[in-house]
Design a protein around this ligand. Structure first.
Ligand code: ADP
Ligand code: ZN
Length: 525
């Protein structure tokens, strides 16, 4: 391309074709790359697999100077540099494993203009030495990967990211571009604000992955449930995620005992073992990797046909990201979550150790995940609405709810009416817990004090567990027949709720799962 005139969209396409062999842009890539060429600031939000890396790699080749990329994941940086080098692109990465001699030679290449992309961990980028060095060279723009880490509202806050706003002060006029897969509206504007971006272009890709089929099942017989999925996908690649290392080991072992080639992957293995297991998976010497979340960051295998979560992830963002590793080639793939309320309790306990500011966001996201699991709305819709989007079609034909494979109670209308009448009788002044107790006929002190044991709806669902009733309430909220209001999540009937009471609509309520729990005391007077 002509080095005197600024690069154009055609140059971008020519560059993609020349180095990567791709014929066209993915959605939003053109806009994202153009904002780099125009020296604007931007926040680019694309789901995992959407093609964020190209958004900065391509313009880095079309603009004079060196593009500086900040990323928190050393392994990911190294993979990217290796991949770029393999395409014939001069890129380098400075991290703790780089020797002094290597660092000198990288610095010389950056100064001479040979290096087009320089990858750094955020804390290294922000060190005085690095900033001084960069002040003396021609920086084309800054790209900040995993930029949700800057926000306390994000699910992975890293304090060192906070210092990034220094870049705007030290390098006025140089574009700063933030990239992330996981940003709600709040995180998005927080990223822009924290970085001090100037009138940034906000580019938000569609979060829906229509080729993924989502299914959620109560975890009953964990291994049998995993095996069922794995055997439906014989000789295809899949990932099974677990929360604990011990589960990783035992499930991998059980799969092998059943003739399925599987390898474990977790932080307790040596670097060498991890590298080898990852390689065996990518080269398809094994079909299944059983892993903790440590696995998958930056691995680029496009034909993963299924992802099973044997344990729940810690947030809906994490779920989006982890399940998103399936079907990157755009062909149908399956995401199965084995849900257990025990996992929720585990996470709540673990998140309890976070500082207050981060805790609130973490709980919010965990609750969103809980609702994703127990809700009876389209799962594609539940996922995208968490990211502030709506589906075009009301039914996706690619989730267990829309496909009708969720076990629903036969008479959802009567059951829903009972629950709503109770909420009306208690005066629409209480939350789910209290109403569930009244419906189950609990002798709870507060129920008695308020004389709610005198109501006609008291004990109307006395054969059901409080947990089941709370799940149904949650499902009615999801279907907007009830609304949670105020600080205490007081339940109120909505217009659709009134339609249900009049028998005009039927809610989708799931069969109780029979999970063991304390039954409420039921000695009625
Ligand atoms: P993300 O970082 O958003 O998760 P990546 O940048 O790793 O996604 O891209 C995912 C995959 O899509 C990679 O294999 C990448 O080479 C491929 N890809 C990116 N852009 C295009 C494109 N325009 N055409 C075809 N494939 C693309
Ligand atoms: Zn659906």
């Amino acid at each position: 391309m002509d080095s005197t005139s600024p690069a154009s969209t055609d140059d971008l396409l020519a560059t993609i074709h020349k180095y990567w062999g791709y014929e066209q842009f993915r959605p939003l890539q053109r806009e994202a790359m153009e904002s780099v060429l125009e020296d604007r600031d931007s926040v680019v939000v694309m789901p995992t697999g959407g093609g964020k890396s190209l958004c900065y790699q391509v313009p880095a080749l079309c603009k004079p100077g060196v593009a500086v990329i900040a990323s928190p994941l050393i392994s990911l940086m190294k993979d990217q540099v290796d991949a770029l080098t393999a395409c014939g692109i001069r890129a380098a990465c400075i991290n703790s494993t780089v020797t002094l001699a290597e660092r000198r030679s990288i610095a010389a290449d950056v100064r001479s203009g040979a290096t087009r992309l320089l990858y750094l961990a955020p804390e290294r980028l922000l060190s005085d030495r690095t900033l001084d060095f960069l002040s003396g060279v021609d920086v084309s723009f800054f790209a900040i990967d995993e930029s949700h880490c800057i926000s306390e509202w994000g699910h992975d806050f890293r304090p060192e990211y906070r210092m990034m706003r220094m870049l705007k002060d030290r390098f006025p006029g140089v574009g700063v571009h933030a990239y992330t897969a996981t940003a709600t509206e709040r995180v998005r504007s927080d990223i822009a604000q924290q970085l001090g971006l100037i009138e940034p272009e906000m580019l938000v890709g569609s979060f829906d992955r229509p080729n993924l089929v989502y299914r959620v099942q109560r975890r009953k017989d964990r291994f049998a449930q995993i095996q069922e999925v794995v055997s439906r996908h014989a000789n295809e690649s899949g990932i099974v995620y677990c929360i604990r290392r011990a589960d990783v080991e035992s499930i991998a072992q059980q799969l092998n005992d059943n003739g399925i080639k599987a390898l474990p992957y977790h932080a307790g293995l040596s670097d060498q073992e991890r590298q080898k297991h990852q390689e065996d998976f990518i080269q398809e010497r094994v079909d299944v990797v059983v892993a903790t979340v440590a696995f998958g960051m930056g691995i680029d295998k496009s034909n993963v046909r299924y992802v099973v979560h044997a344990g729940m992830p810690k947030s809906l963002e994490s779920y989006q990201q982890e399940s998103g590793r399936a079907g990157r080639d755009g062909l149908e793939a399956e995401c199965v979550m084995l849900y257990s309320s025990g996992d929720l309790v585990t996470w709540k306990r673990m998140l309890g150790d976070l500082p207050d500011s981060a805790q609130q966001a973490a709980f919010h996201s965990l609750e969103a995940l809980d609702h994703f699991c127990i809700g009876t709305e389209c799962r594609h819709q539940m996922l995208v609405s968490y990211f502030g989007q709506d589906l075009q079609e009301p039914e996706c034909e690619a989730c267990d709810v829309c496909l009708g494979t969720v076990d629903l109670v036969e008479d959802g209308m009567i059951l829903g009416q009972k629950i709503l009448s109770c909420i009306a009788r208690t005066g629409e002044r209480f939350g789910a817990d209290h109403n569930a107790k009244v419906l189950c006929g609990s002798r709870d002190k507060r129920v008695l004090e308020l004389e709610h044991d005198q109501l006609s709806t008291y004990g109307l669902l006395q054969d059901q567990s409080i947990r089941a009733v709370r799940t149904w309430i949650e499902q009615l909220v999801g279907q907007r027949m009830l609304a949670k209001t105020g600080e205490f999540n007081v339940l109120k009937l909505t217009e659709s709720g009134r339609q249900l009471l009049r028998g005009e609509i039927t809610p989708k309520l799931t069969k109780p799962d029979g999970e063991k729990e304390e039954r409420p005391k039921r000695q009625r007077k």
